[in-house]
Design a protein around this ligand. Structure first.
Ligand code: OGA
Ligand code: ZN
Length: 397
């Protein structure tokens, strides 16, 4: 018999067999060949059945919601067939279900800690940990998935990853970013040229220094990823700087919890100044997720709008802001590097604060091409690259 499907397009190579099944009408326990035990509820199994009664076999999306199944659905009988598949007959009038062991194991929710999805956790850093952006040779970035994955692994882990030797061609940055996923366009276009301009609509398009910042803090949703590709650089000055905002925030949290509380709860205003657009957003400077973990920093001095806060908070807010900026400016956090034509630097714009030193626009030319995308695209691409490796394992079995 054909192997059961799964409610997705993934592959589940599995070195372990189900040795033993125990069940009641509402729950089921599997004992695997490596002695691991997994438990699942009848409602969960019925809800995640990849068979055609529940899941659309073309789209692999759920077609019948759990609330539309028989209310009294329970396990009548569970057994493992010769090919290792788990078969379940239901107490209600409902077709039998079949489950692939590798899928069951990958989605076992009864183990602690919950199985992760294979993505790297953030490793925070200062210049004792990194003296150069983690770098991969990018000569083959448009063709070679191993190069892509090595680069993206670093980006997911350190929030910063550089490709060297990417052909310094106009538009190349867009081709490289599309290897990950869609580009996020902004009022600056799909890509934008970072060079001195006669009529600049951003400080970035002058030769002045840019303090450590995140881009587009004026938007409800700051771009998750930013890319800068160096096409030309024959000026003096203009070194790039990168600070791991998560590292700075972690340190402030330990050293000065009162300041951290203000930075992560009191709202500031960011406004873009432009003739044709008027983006604004009101937000704390450090944003935490529901578990209190760092999720994002918002930090762009040149786009801060007038602070609008209750009178008795304003001086405290400025003092906390001062503390944050002084901390960000500590040399221990600032990774400094030169842009060579062909360098393509990628960073998590919601975590890493980027900047540059001033350069002399009177001599030579400095031309970076920039582009934005999202953390979602990075995570999705890494999952697909890992999926492709699993498919290769299945193909060789
Ligand atoms: C930018 C920026 C840095 C640089 O374009 O957002 O910060 O090195 N540029 O020019
Ligand atoms: Zn910037």
């Amino acid at each position: 018999m054909e192997q059961p499907g799964t409610p997705d397009f993934d592959y589940y190579p599995c070195d372990h067999k189900i040795n033993h099944v125990e069940y009641t009408s509402h729950a089921l326990t599997l004992i695997w060949s490596d002695q691991r035990t997994s438990q699942y509820h009848a409602c969960w199994l019925a809800d995640n059945d990849a068979g055609s009664a529940v899941t659309n076999t073309l789209t692999r999306e759920r077609e019948i919601d759990f609330v539309d199944m028989p209310g009294d659905i329970g396990i009548q009988q569970a057994s493992v067939s010769d090919d290792g598949t788990l078969n379940i007959a239901w107490t209600a009038d409902w077709p039998e279900s079949r489950f692939l062991p590798g899928w069951l194991r990958a989605h076992d929710y009864s183990n602690d800690p919950m199985p992760d999805d294979g993505l790297r956790q953030a490793t925070t850093w200062n210049i004792n940990d990194l003296t150069e952006p983690p770098t991969t040779d990018g000569t083959e970035i448009l063709r070679d998935d191993d190069v892509l994955e090595a680069w993206l692994d670093n980006l997911a882990q350190y929030g910063l990853a550089r490709l060297a030797n990417v052909a310094p061609d106009d538009g190349m940055v867009a081709d490289v970013v599309r290897r990950i996923g869609p580009i996020r366009p902004t009022n600056f276009g799909f890509t934008y040229d970072v060079k001195t301009k006669a009529n600049p609509d951003s400080n970035a398009y002058t030769d002045m220094a840019l303090d450590s910042h995140t881009d587009l803090a004026t938007r409800e949703y700051q771009p998750g990823l930013q890319f800068l590709h160096c096409l030309k650089n024959s000026t003096t000055g203009g070194a790039g700087t990168m600070v791991d905002g998560f590292k700075v925030a972690e340190d402030i949290r330990v050293e000065n919890p009162g300041v951290f509380e203000i930075l992560s709860t009191w709202d500031w205003t960011f406004t873009n100044r432009a003739r044709e657009t008027d983006y604004r957003w009101v937000t704390p400077l450090i944003i935490l997720d529901r578990d209190g973990q760092l999720s994002e920093l918002r930090m762009t001095a040149f786009l801060r709008g007038p602070l609008a806060m209750p009178f008795d908070r304003t001086e405290k807010a400025y003092a906390a802001y001062h503390y944050l900026v002084e901390k960000i400016r500590e040399p221990q956090y600032r990774l400094r590097f030169d842009y060579r034509p062909g360098d393509l630097v990628a960073y998590d714009n919601r975590r890493i604060l980027h900047g540059r030193e001033a350069f002399s626009s009177g001599e030579g030319e400095r031309w970076l091409q920039g582009c934005y995308s999202e953390r979602d695209e990075l995570r999705s691409r890494l999952r697909i690259l890992a999926r492709n490796r699993r498919a290769a394992i299945i193909g060789t079995k």
